[in-house]
Ligand binder design. Structure first.
Ligand SMILES: Cc1cc2nc3c(=O)[nH]c(=O)nc-3n(C[C@H](O)[C@H](O)[C@H](O)COP(=O)(O)OP(=O)(O)OC[C@H]3O[C@@H](n4cnc5c(N)ncnc54)[C@H](O)[C@@H]3O)c2cc1C
Length: 432
């Protein structure tokens, strides 16, 4: 039994079904895809949250190969912009950096030199126990930290960014080392989700949507799942892909006792998808710093995916990672859409009201686990001692960046343990 129909659950169920294991996937919402899910727009489907594939996403690309979708990925060279104090800058080349007036010339030079050497400077260091702020401030200096890094990367983790292990950033820089080239699957992420579902079902597996697990009991070599409406299902093995706080909510007392004690905070996200009648920046990603907006980044999806997928419109996402209890997260979607439209037009005065065809606001409560220092040693095991439950969650992909690629790799790892491991119960293992 697999709980959760995001990429991790889908690829785990695909792997198990293809190995001949009888598998059922249970997804709470009426649509598969999890954080990569989509909404109908005209005669197409559009992702709620911007997504792209990097050339380094080896596990995901291998899965796409199996599904016959490897050649459907359209690769493009994309560019990056930067908005600081309301002014726009290109941010791609040494020449761009030399003209980047938000930093003084010596800071620009230092920024360029350190950035070139950064991965080398981190090699051999114990970055898992080094605070990101201490690492970056030491290398780039206080000005670059305050003007650029704290707001730029801090947006993902909130005020705790400085405390997150520097290893996270190191891994992220590795994933994005060929920053210009990004991929997007023809037909969107729904094509991948549909292919995975078809593969599971063809191999005899079952995929159920609108099937939230309300209660999970797992002890003494068996598992019992209670669904909404009272339906009760038994299983030999369970893989949960739910964020740990959601798993804790459905675990019964017996299981709760076995679950990892790790109490990770999670950042959520608020995004607004703008369908525009004109292009905005031409850059895929533009951080927005010190500019008085509530959002702190702009992703111009049509710079990667073109406009055809969006009914001829340019699709621009703006985003703010935030706590699920924050005022912004709790705010009404229509109010956010109105405020963010005004703020976007403030940054881009050439954007007239008539240029904004449609705005859709989306939220997700559990996106980025906020990793504490030394998380490599504290990361929970994928097996849960004394139960036949296995965990495959975004809290387990560290130090990899949370992405479709790392979820696919994790699903491979967890399912291979089920195929080869002892049936009842799964043996305990050291923290991974
Ligand atoms: C704004 C944003 C941008 C991103 N950009 C990228 C990108 O460019 N490239 C990239 O690769 N990744 C990107 N990601 C990250 C990526 O989407 C995630 O890392 C990945 O989708 C996590 O997949 P998952 O299956 O582990 O979890 P999830 O997608 O969270 O899936 C968990 C599933 O469990 C279901 N569920 C919850 N409770 C229950 C229950 N009780 N019973 C049954 N089901 C339940 C949920 O509905 C959900 O479908 C982005 C994410 C966001 C939010």
């Amino acid at each position: 039994m697999v709980i959760g129909g995001g990429i991790c659950g889908l690829s785990a169920a695909h792997r198990l079904a293809r190995r001949g294991t009888r598998v059922t996937l249970l997804e709470a919402s009426d649509r598969l895809g999890g954080l990569g899910t989509f909404f109908p727009h005209g005669d197409r489907w559009v992702e709620r949250f911007y997504h792209c594939i990097m050339p380094t996403d080896a596990s995901l690309l291998a899965l796409l190969g199996e599904l016959g979708l490897r050649d459907s990925v359209r690769w493009r060279d994309t560019t990056m912009g930067m908005i600081v104090d309301g002014r726009r800058y290109p941010f791609n080349s040494a020449a761009d950096l030399l003209r980047f007036s938000p930093l003084r010339l010596p800071d620009r030079v230092r920024f360029g030199v350190v950035s070139l050497l950064l991965r080398r400077l981190g090699r051999g260091r114990d970055l898992d126990t080094l605070r990101t702020e201490d690492w970056l401030r030491g290398l780039y200096g206080d000005v670059v930290w305050h003007r650029l890094f704290a707001p730029m990367f801090g947006s993902k983790f909130g005020p705790a960014f400085g405390d997150v292990p520097a290893l996270y950033l190191w891994q992220r820089l590795g994933r994005e080392r060929n920053v210009a080239t990004r991929g997007y699957p023809e037909g969107g992420y729904k094509t991948i989700v549909d292919a995975l579902r078809a593969s599971i079902e063809e191999a005899g597996g079952t995929v159920r949507t609108s099937a939230p697990v309300r209660r999970l009991h797992s002890a003494d070599g068996s598992a019992i799942l209670t669904l909404t409406g009272g339906e009760v299902v038994g299983a030999d093995h369970v893989i949960s892909t739910l964020p740990l706080p959601l798993l804790r909510r459905i675990a019964d007392d017996a299981l709760a006792h076995h679950l990892p004690r790790t109490d990770l905070p999670y950042q959520g996200v608020v995004t607004a998808a703008f369908f525009l009648r004109r292009p905005l920046t031409g850059h895929y990603w533009t951080p927005v710093l010190h500019s008085g907006t509530e959002f702190d980044g702009v992703v111009e999806m049509s710079a990667l995916a073109g406009t055809e997928a969006y009914g001829g419109h340019d699709l621009v996402y703006v985003m703010r990672y935030t706590d699920r209890d924050s005022q912004l997260y709790l705010d009404d979607d229509a109010a956010i859409a109105a405020r963010w439209t005004a703020q976007l037009r403030g940054l881009f005065p050439e954007l007239s009201p008539a240029d904004v065809a449609e705005v859709r606001v989306f939220k997700a409560p559990f996106v980025e686990p906020v990793y504490p220092l030394g998380y490599l040693a504290r990361r929970p095991a994928v097996t849960v001692d004394g139960t036949n439950l296995m965990l495959a969650t975004t809290a387990h992909v560290y130090p990899e960046v949370t992405s479709w690629n790392s979820s696919v790799a994790l699903a491979e790892e967890v399912t291979s343990r089920i195929a080869t491991g002892p049936a009842h119960p799964v043996a305990a293992e050291p923290a991974r």
